[in-house]
Design a protein around this ligand. Structure first.
Ligand code: LLP
Length: 463
């Protein structure tokens, strides 16, 4: 591809972003395998392919915007997590990242367990055949109905989040004549290096019971007194999109010291600890996530070392990755509409979706990358902002991106790493119809979550 020292298209030193997009990438046509799902390639004619299928054919058949999910990649990631943690640990996929019946089936086949955080996620899990004993129920405000449903289904664990909930779950289990396995979610006081809204282990927030100040120890005391609860262990989740293992290390150390206190006070060694999810993925080529193998090794070593120091038997470890499994496996396919160059600033490239299918940029200032996928181009890089079609200026999908200057309406763009928290957090803002999720594998595509229709929306609107 030809490149001049002064790329064409609007470009102004004052608006040039820092970091990933401070300069155009060497080749706009390259699809960096760190960011794109595993089976994404460029075909001979330049269009991108995934799962052996041409994205132009996918757009033709399923329309845009659409989330295209690479099933082989999803399964490979499940297997990598399973293999890395081995038989002495459990991997609970965090369904909040993206849940559908097909996903539950894949998880089941690949030997993963499932974390749900609402009665309706639980309903999907059960409907799709996940055995209840492999399901964990989370949530800081579980309703009586959710507790009733989880206990009667026989979920393997309910993760308790408050004193009130201890009493509620105990009462419900007693009413049903059952002994419910539970974990207590503690906040370990770690400041995770991530966006404030997705950090969860500092004390001033709504989740869990604090280790500092003794709330967690008091929760243990209460649970151990209740006949209808079986205290299986302690749970900690420090936040999301974290790269640095240091936070997990501190969390593990503090959780193990609670286990030692519990042993000293009650003579009971709790058999499980769960260190939550939160492992980061590559949204841009600058991100450098840890591999499951490395994560498993680091966590296993910390827990073993701390337990040996406290003379505790090493408990069964579990983790709850959501984003790290599903995030990299999907991209969002959009069609380009209006292309509006702003002289001296940048070019606004509007696509046929926006904040209704990806709220993360607006909400967390998230960084994404984007590529022209219906063809390659040798045109000069053009500093662009990919925006949606919603009625607000914050409706940004990709803040800063270089796209080829010959970009035109009808071209297809794809934004990678949208498998987690995009369809899951999609909305009907401006009565947008939420896009489908299309699973591709081995040259075949199938809709696993269909596109909403006007009829769907009108059915809800009862007049
Ligand atoms: N376990 C618990 C108890 C959690 O609360 C979460 C995420 C996870 C596991 C999974 O975390 P992951 O591995 O996916 O990072 N909407 C935000 C993320 C919120 C995460 C909430 N809890 C985002 O789009 O970044």
């Amino acid at each position: 591809m030809s490149r001049s020292a002064h790329p064409a298209g609007p470009r102004h030193a004052d608006v040039l972003p820092e970091g990933h997009y401070a300069a155009p990438p060497a080749d706009l046509n390259t699809l960096d395998p760190r960011v794109w799902s595993r089976t994404v390639t460029r075909a001979a004619d330049g269009a991108a392919e995934v799962g052996g299928l041409d994205v132009r054919a996918l757009a033709e058949e399923f329309g845009t915007p659409a989330y295209i999910l690479d099933e082989a990649d999803f399964r490979a990631r499940c297997r990598a997590w399973r293999a890395a943690f081995g038989h002495d640990a459990d991997v609970f996929y965090a369904g909040k990242a993206f849940l559908s019946r097909a996903v539950v089936k894949w998880l089941n086949e690949e030997g993963l367990n499932l974390d749900v955080c609402s009665g309706t996620e639980l309903a999907v899990a059960l409907d799709a055949g996940m055995p209840a004993e492999r399901i964990a129920l989370h949530g800081n405000n579980k309703s009586y109905a959710e507790i009733e449903r989880a206990v009667s289904a026989g979920v393997g664990r309910i993760v308790l989040d408050s004193f009130q909930e201890i009493a509620r779950v105990a009462a419900e289990a007693a009413r049903q004549g059952k002994r419910q396995r539970v974990q207590i979610r503690v906040t370990v006081g770690v400041e995770a290096h991530t966006h404030e809204f997705i950090a969860t282990a500092h004390e001033d927030q709504k989740f869990g019971l604090a280790l500092a100040g003794g709330q967690a120890a008091e929760a243990v005391r209460r649970v151990l007194k209740l006949e209808s609860l079986e205290l299986a262990g302690i749970h900690s989740h420090i936040g999301s999109q974290i790269f640095d293992m240091a936070g997990f290390e501190v969390a593990a150390r503090r959780v193990v010291s609670l286990l030692a206190e519990v042993r000293d006070e009650h003579g009971v060694e709790l058999p499980e600890i769960d260190l939550g999810g939160g492992l980061g993925i590559a949204y841009t080529s600058d991100d450098d996530p840890r591999e499951p193998q490395e994560i498993a090794k680091a966590l296993g070593e910390i827990v073993t070392r701390e337990c040996e120091a406290a003379r505790l038997a090493v408990p069964r470890l579990s983790v709850e990755p959501g984003r790290a499994i599903v995030g990299p496996t999907a991209f969002t396919l959009y069609e380009v509409g209006t292309v509006k160059p702003l002289e001296g600033l940048r070019t606004y490239v509007s696509v046929d979706g926006g904040m209704s299918d990806n709220i993360r940029t607006a909400l967390y200032d998230a960084e994404y990358t984007v590529a022209l996928v219906s063809r390659t181009s040798d045109a000069e890089p053009m500093l662009s902002r990919v925006v949606g079609k919603h009625c607000e200026s914050g409706d940004i999908v990709v803040k800063d991106a270089f796209l080829p200057a010959d970009l035109a309406p009808g071209d297809l763009l794809a934004v990678p790493a949208t498998g987690a928290y995009c369809r899951a957090m999609a909305s009907n803002y401006n009565h947008a119809l939420r896009p489908p999720v299309v699973a591709v594998a081995d040259g075949a595509a199938r809709v696993i979550v269909r596109r909403e229709t006007e009829d769907d929306l009108l059915r809800l609107d009862v007049g």
